[in-house]
Write a protein that binds this ligand. Structure first.
Ligand SMILES: Nc1ncnc2c1ncn2[C@@H]1O[C@H](COP(=O)(O)OP(=O)(O)OP(=O)(O)O)[C@@H](O)[C@H]1O
Length: 343
C-alpha cells in the first residue's frame, strides 16, 4: 500500500501530493466534498480504509477535502487477523494515514468468530469495530469506499437470489449503525476511477486475495461482469446502479406508507387490528407485518419471506390456524380480530 514516488501527473503542492490534472482524483474529491456537505461542520470524519484501491482513494480524498471544508479527518483500519501479515498491513495503512494528515489514524484488531459463515462474521466484526471506534472518538461520520461497481454487483446478486426490492435497492448512501452515521460517497464513482486516482497519487493499493477467490459469489460475478458488459452494452454498470437508486426511492416511499399504516392499525396493547390491515395493498401490509415481527424482537437477518407470508395468511386467509413461529422464539397468532404475540 505504501506511497510510491509521485506519478507523472502528480505534483508537490504545499506538502501534499496534488494531482491537479487528474480527472479521477478530481472525481473522488468532488464525491467526498458533496458527501461532507451533509455532515456536521467542525466534527471528526473517519475514512474506513482496508488499504484497497477504493478506500485508499477515499481516505486520500478525505485528507484533502476535510480541512478545506472545516472538518477534521481521521482513519480507521480493521485487522480481521485472517491473513498472514494482516497486522503489519493495518499498521502500514495507519502509518500512511498519519503521513497524509489523517489524525487520529487507528488500526483496530478484531476477533472473527465463524457465526453465519466467514464472510458474514468478518463483516459483522468489522462494522462493530468501526461503529465502536467512531463512538469512542466522538466522530460525526464514517465514510465507506463502496463504488458504483460494488453497487451494480449487489443489485445483480440480489436479482440472482430473488432478493426482492429491498435487495435490488442495493446499498444505501447513508445509514446509522449504533448511533453513528455511515456514508458511502463513491456510489456514483467507478472502480476504474478509484484505481486511476491511486495511480495518479502515486499510491500502491493492497490487492485483497478474497476479491479474486472463486469461492465467493461476488468474486465470480466480478470476473464475469466484463462478459455481461460486452453482451449487454457499456452502460450496464451505470444502469444497474441507477436501477438501485430508483428502487431505493420506491422502497423508502413504501416503508413510510407502512409506518403510518402500522401506527393506525396498532392497538394500545401493541396488537394489530386485522380489519385495518385487510384493505391495505400487499406491499404495504407485508411491511407492517415485518415491522410487527421486528418490534416483537425477531432478528431481521433471519426473517424470510416464508415467515412474512405465513403472517400475511393470518390476516388474509385465516381459517382458525394456530400461531406462526418466528426466529428468536417469537410466536404471533390471531386473538379474535387482533394479531398479537402469543406467549
Ligand atoms: N479492513 C477494513 N478496515 C476498514 N474498513 C474496511 C475494511 N474492509 C473494508 N472496509 C470498508 O468497507 C468498504 C467495502 O469493502 P469491501 O472489502 O467490501 O470492498 P472493496 O471494493 O474490496 O473495497 P476496498 O478496495 O476499499 O478494499 C471499503 O471500501 C472500506 O471503506
Amino acid at each position: 500500500m505504501a506511497g510510491r514516488a509521485s506519478s507523472p501527473v502528480a505534483r508537490r503542492d504545499g506538502g501534499g501530493v496534488m494531482a491537479a490534472l487528474s480527472p479521477a482524483v478530481a472525481a473522488c474529491r468532488l464525491a467526498v466534498r458533496q458527501a461532507l456537505a451533509g455532515v456536521q461542520p467542525g466534527g471528526l470524519v473517519l475514512a474506513a480504509c482496508s488499504g484497497g484501491a477504493d478506500s485508499l482513494a477515499l481516505a486520500s480524498a478525505l485528507a484533502f477535502v476535510a480541512p478545506r471544508s472545516g472538518r477534521r479527518a481521521g482513519l480507521i483500519t480493521v485487522d480481521h487477523g485472517l491473513q498472514v501479515g494482516s497486522a503489519e498491513r493495518a499498521a502500514e495503512v495507519a502509518c500512511w494515514a498519519g503521513r497524509v494528515g489523517l489524525e487520529p489514524a487507528v488500526a483496530v484488531p478484531v476477533t472473527v468468530d465463524g457465526a453465519g459463515g466467514p464472510e458474514a462474521a468478518a463483516r459483522a466484526a468489522r462494522y462493530e469495530a468501526l461503529a465502536g471506534t467512531a463512538a469512542r472518538l466522538s466522530a460525526v461520520a464514517v465514510l465507506l469506499g463502496h463504488t458504483r461497481d460494488d453497487q451494480a454487483e449487489t443489485v445483480l446478486l440480489a436479482l440472482a437470489r430473488g432478493g426482492g426490492p429491498r435487495g435490488i435497492a442495493g446499498m444505501r448512501n447513508r445509514r446509522i449503525i449504533d448511533g453513528v452515521p455511515f456514508i458511502r460517497p463513491f456510489l456514483a464513482v467507478s472502480r476504474a476511477q478509484t484505481r486511476a486516482a491511486c495511480t495518479d497519487l502515486g499510491l500502491s493499493p493492497w490487492e485483497d486475495p478474497h476479491n479474486a477467490d472463486p469461492a465467493y459469489a461476488r468474486s465470480r460475478l466480478r470476473a464475469a461482469l466484463p462478459v455481461l458488459v460486452d453482451t449487454l452494452g457499456p452502460d450496464l454498470v451505470d444502469n444497474l446502479a441507477r436501477t438501485a437508486r430508483l428502487v431505493a426511492a420506491d422502497v423508502e416511499a413504501l416503508d413510510a406508507l407502512a409506518a403510518s399504516a402500522g401506527t393506525a392499525a396498532t392497538e394500545p396493547d401493541g396488537s394489530l387490528d386485522v380489519a385495518a390491515l385487510t384493505g391495505l395493498p400487499a406491499a404495504v401490509r407485508t411491511r407492517v407485518l415485518r415491522d410487527l415481527a421486528l418490534r416483537l424482537g425477531a432478528p431481521g437477518a433471519a426473517l424470510s419471506s416464508i415467515h412474512i407470508d405465513a403472517l400475511d395468511a393470518l390476516v388474509t386467509d385465516w381459517h382458525g390456524q394456530g400461531p406462526v413461529s418466528l426466529p428468536g422464539g417469537i410466536e404471533v397468532g390471531r386473538r379474535g380480530h387482533r394479531l398479537a404475540a402469543h406467549s
